[in-house]
Design a protein around this ligand. Structure first.
Ligand code: TRP
Ligand code: SF4
Length: 526
């Protein structure tokens, strides 16, 4: 937690093939730990990350990382996919801690940002210099050097700095101000529960957390819009907190209600069910009233209701007290953080029948979605942010070339985007494979492409957009037609060419970087 761990970047860790069950106990989502994910299924089951495949159909021109399942999970990506589909405003943002050289794991995130930019999203990439300094103890000089290398690679891969925005946390005043405001909505116990902070955690480290929250919401300062944060699954705790804070900053909460008083969600479901079930025609003046629902509830056996006895007691009390008040479905706007001006503006903005209470307004002729839009619009018009909860997509961690984790402390395990192309070639040549003991055995049984770091290189990078090529490598491998020696030679050659080309492009974009608006040198010295 303290950041002295050597496994710095979010791309490191050990992946398992689909549904791999080994080591299923080890699911740690720790942004500053040795991000290792041994069972992706647990992320779906325990953390509520959804499978990316389920939204793939809604994505226009999906990137190959999406098509090949390298991007395996998401939170709430649909609004982003729809916005891209309909040419509506959307944004993409991710951040990089400048703790070392950018490597092929970071390239996944660069590609994800660039792809979204090409699909029409506003694109943001930031250098997390405050986090690198506070959580990793990097000096400002080191940070500047690494930051430059990240940015050159990002531009070389196709990020358009004129259409998009690059910034460093420390130099972005708006981010700092937003971080301060968001900090008022989170307290120490919460950070302790999420990140394991304790009495020894320094305050700057905590500040870097609220800064990241502000980074994530920054694209929405101009106007609320669907925003995706492409990251490794180790960053999911940050995403969840940012989604919570976005919600807590809202002026109004929209919900469904049946009467003037508040019901807990389980209580509301119960009343909703009886509202469906009971016929108003059966009652005097054709009106279903609170007492009627209370009577019906009292007659129903508890076992049939499927709720706890105290829930029943509580809902009965509320209904009985309300007595003859009619049960009528309505959309409720509850005041969460609204100013008086905003509350009054909302009253005016609601069309049709409405009732105004001390802390909420009930509307009878507006559905839930319309109400959400209205609440957001009024909030924005009266000086609020109106944030939409940010979405995220998650990519798999790459396996180290030496097996196990890809780690920046083990040079042979990863390929840096700055590696001499010849070194890149040699690293691939000496990589471990999913091959068999002997060529004869490989011909007979086929290789284990699913467990092979070299196959990963093809799928994640070397095959580029060419699905057929990636599939051919796979099929030939598992079919026993491909032997590891030749396969690695081909991969090593492709890697060498990739690095040569990438490094040339890095030189070409140096001027572009100079012209970009990001500060390349920190005024801080230490
Ligand atoms: N915490 C991220 C990392 O460790 C860096 C980061 C800072 C970031 N701000 C962000 C990532 C906003 C995504 C979005 O790499
Ligand atoms: Fe890996 Fe290629 Fe060997 Fe198959 S043939 S196991 S993909 S190195």
């Amino acid at each position: 937690m303290t950041g002295d761990d050597q496994l710095e970047e979010s791309e490191q860790g050990e992946p398992l093939p689909d549904g791999g069950a080994a080591g299923a106990d080890d699911v740690a989502l720790d942004p500053w730990g040795s991000s290792s994910v041994s069972d992706y299924r647990k992320l779906f089951e325990e953390f509520g990350i959804e499978e990316f495949d389920a939204v793939l159909e809604e994505v226009p021109n999906p990137h190959y990382l999406m098509r090949r399942g390298v991007i395996f999970g998401h939170r709430d990506y649909r609004p982003v996919a729809r916005a891209l589909q309909n040419d509506e405003p959307a944004a993409v943002l991710s951040g990089f801690m400048p703790t070392g050289d950018p490597h092929i794991g970071h390239k996944l995130v660069f590609d994800e940002i660039i792809w979204h930019q090409q699909q029409g999203a506003d694109a943001y990439a930031l250098i997390a210099d405050l986090e690198a300094n506070s959580a990793r103890g990097m000096s400002w000089d080191e940070i500047d050097e690494h930051a430059r290398n990240y940015l050159l690679s990002l531009l070389a891969l196709g990020f358009d700095p004129e259409a998009g925005e690059l910034y460093r946390q420390s130099a972005n005043r708006e981010v700092q101000d937003l971080a301060f405001e968001l900090g008022a909505e989170a307290n120490f116990s919460e950070l302790q529960a999420i990140y394991g902070f304790d009495g020894e955690t320094d305050v700057s480290h905590m500040q870097s957390v609220v800064t990241q929250m502000a980074d994530i919401l920054y694209p929405q300062l101009e106007e609320p819009k669907p925003t995706v944060i492409p990251v490794g699954p180790d960053q999911d705790p940050h995403v969840r907190l940012a989604r919570d804070l976005a919600e807590r900053m809202r002026f109004f909460k929209v919900s469904e209600a049946y009467a003037s008083f508040e019901l807990e969600p389980v209580e509301r479901d119960l009343v909703a069910e009886f509202h469906e079930r009971l016929e108003p025609a059966e009652f005097d003046d054709d009106t279903l009233r609170c007492v009627h629902v209370a009577e019906a509830l009292e007659e129903a056996p508890l076992s049939e209701l499927g709720i706890a006895a105290d829930v029943l007691r509580s809902v009965l009390t509320k209904l009985t007290e309300a007595g003859m008040e009619p049960i009528r479905p309505r959309t409720r706007f509850s005041d969460r953080r609204a100013t008086e001006e905003a509350f009054d503006a909302l009253i005016d903005a609601i069309d049709g029948e409405k009732r105004v209470y001390e802390n909420h307004i009930d509307a009878f002729e507006i559905d839930r979605d319309e109400a959400e839009e209205l609440a957001r619009q009024v909030e924005v018009d009266t000086g609020g942010y109106g944030f939409r909860p940010p979405s995220s997509i998650y990519h798999r961690f790459m396996t180290g070339l030496t097996g196990g984790k890809m780690s920046s402390s083990i040079p042979a395990s990863h390929i840096s985007l700055l590696d001499d192309p010849e070194d890149g070639y040699n690293k691939v040549k000496s990589a471990t494979t999913g091959g068999r003991e002997t060529a004869a055995e490989q011909r007979e049984k086929g290789g284990k492409a699913d467990e092979c770091p070299v196959y990963e290189l093809y799928a994640y990078l070397l095959a580029g957009d060419d699905d057929e090529f990636a599939k051919r490598v796979y099929d030939e491998c598992v079919g026993g037609e491909r032997l590891c020696g030749d396969c690695k030679e081909q991969a090593a050659q492709l890697m060498k060419e990739f690095l040569e080309e990438h490094q040339e492009k890095r030189e070409d974009v140096a001027d572009l970087l100079e012209a970009a608006e990001i500060e390349l040198e920190s005024p801080r010295r230490q």
